[in-house]
Write a protein that binds this ligand. Structure first.
Ligand SMILES: Nc1nc2c(c(=O)[nH]1)N[C@H]1C(S)=C(S)[C@@H](COP(=O)(O)OP(=O)(O)OC[C@H]3O[C@@H](n4cnc5c(N)ncnc54)[C@H](O)[C@@H]3O)O[C@H]1N2
Ligand code: MOO
Length: 406
């Protein structure tokens, strides 16, 4: 049992050390419907141009180029609904009735929206305002996407716009990086599950639910989960079992403080783990260990749930993204104006305080979050400051920010 003062490293160095250990996982074929916000395992390009044919943008009339007599009158010779695959041609002074999305005759001049037409029997006349069409209401083949064009840039997740394009060019399934498999356990002899009878000194485990939710929300899979007593043997066995289950990441909570005599670190070393760092220059989250157990990344986190939430956002979520080949995995930083004073009891460590970012009158505002209010960011406070004043410009780290390749 050691109790020497641990060398702590700053957050940015910790993030770099973690990201260096992340190798992109293998690929799997996934139905396009399940691909939103996931990362492609190969460059996804347009299989064909989009749209694939000249199509109408309005319900109306496709009119011929040739027009004689200056009467703006056209004979309606046919009707094209969406899905009609006939290749029609227009003769002089001819028109076809066409629906939005319908295939345009190759030699049409334009589509005239029906509200700019008047129909008399089988003749349509066009209001003069449309004689020199500024807009032809034809969505031209290939104007959105050329065949072979890259739809999802490397290192970027599939976003809504890209999903629409992928579907539009005919993808039914796509190769994606498989979801990282994460196993976790909560240590603490005081922990019991919701529904169990509780005695003084016992506590319902919040971290089990918190981690499960955070892992799934971050796009990873929960492989194995458990609760372990403050017993070195039991912690070691949990680590070995989770490693053998093929976990990409193993997480523990609790058992990191001086009172627990390095419970988790000792068990991790006995299980064959290699420590990369074991203390962070940050509060909360100081008592945090990162290492490798075989091919699994291991995060030993402290027990308090707010510290678990913070460390998940700053360290584990970036690893989940990096394992899927994402670029720019760190939480996005934003500058915002503080709307309340923020005090810290003492100097010494940089802090990240949970906050809520909002927008008003063109400015980014941030306030500290309350116990029962939600948070969407962390407010950064340097180690030399004891307070941040209302109105001050501060840096915040966004929670849940997806990498964006601009
Ligand atoms: N003398 C010192 N004491 C402590 C120091 C220190 O520097 N000197 N550091 C403090 C800090 S900071 C932290 S963080 C904790 C770290 O302790 P552990 O990682 O060993 O965490 P535990 O003691 O197991 O738990 C701390 C706290 O969190 C509660 N907890 C734990 N697991 C859960 C869970 N699954 N759900 C809900 N709550 C949980 C636990 O009951 C404790 O209240 O050490 C400080 N002490
Ligand atoms: O390590 Mo503790 O999490 O600073 O709060």
């Amino acid at each position: 049992m050691k109790n020497e003062k641990k060398q702590s490293i700053d957050l940015e160095t910790a993030q770099s050390l973690i990201l260096k250990k992340c190798r992109v996982l293998s690929a799997e074929k996934v139905n396009l419907s399940k691909s939103l916000k996931r990362f492609p395992a190969a460059l996804l390009v347009a299989l064909e141009s989009l749209p694939g044919y000249d199509q109408s943008l309005r319900d109306g009339y496709a009119i011929s180029r040739e027009q004689q007599g200056g009467k703006n009158c056209y004979e309606i010779i046919d009707e094209v609904a969406a899905g009609d695959t006939r290749k029609l041609l227009l003769g002089e002074n001819q028109a076809i009735r066409i629906m939005t999305g319908g295939l345009i005759p190759e030699n049409a001049l334009a589509v005239v929206p029906r509200e700019l037409c008047s129909v008399n029997g089988e003749t349509v006349s066009v209001k003069t305002v449309f004689l020199e069409p500024q807009r032809d209401f034809i969505h031209r083949k290939g104007c959105e996407l050329a065949e072979g064009e890259v739809i999802v840039p490397e290192g970027s997740a599939i976003e809504v716009e890209q999903l629409i394009l992928l579907a539009g060019v005919g993808y039914d399934s796509v190769p994606l990086v498989r979801k990282p498999r994460i196993s976790f356990f909560c240590t603490g002899s005081e922990l019991i599950s919701g529904g169990e009878e509780k005695l003084a000194g016992e506590k319902y485990s919040a971290n089990s639910h918190l981690l499960h939710g955070l892992i799934e929300h971050a796009g990873a899979k929960v492989q194995v989960q458990g609760t372990v007593k403050d017993d070195p043997e039991a912690v070691m066995e949990a680590l070995i079992a989770m490693n053998e289950s093929g976990s990409d990441i193993i997480v523990s909570t609790g058992g990191m403080g001086p009172g627990k005599f390095d419970l988790v670190e000792d068990a991790f070393l006995r299980a064959g783990g290699r420590v990369i760092y074991h203390s962070l220059h940050l509060r909360p989250g100081k008592s945090t260990l990162f290492g490798m157990l075989g091919r699994s990344l291991f995060f030993g986190m402290p027990g308090p749930p707010p510290a678990v939430h913070l460390l998940f956002n700053e360290l584990i979520r970036p690893a989940i993204l990096a394992l899927q080949g994402a670029k720019n995995c760190r939480p996005r930083e934003v500058e915002a104006y503080l709307t309340e004073n923020l005090y810290f009891p003492k100097r010494g460590l940089p802090r990240l305080k949970s906050g809520f970012l909002s927008f008003a009158e063109g400015r980014c505002l941030v306030r500290p979050s309350t116990t029962i209010g939600g948070s969407n960011c962390y407010i950064y406070c340097s180690e030399s400051a004891r307070e941040l004043k209302s109105g001050e410009r501060v840096t915040v780290h966004m929670i849940d920010s997806l990498p964006c390749i601009d």
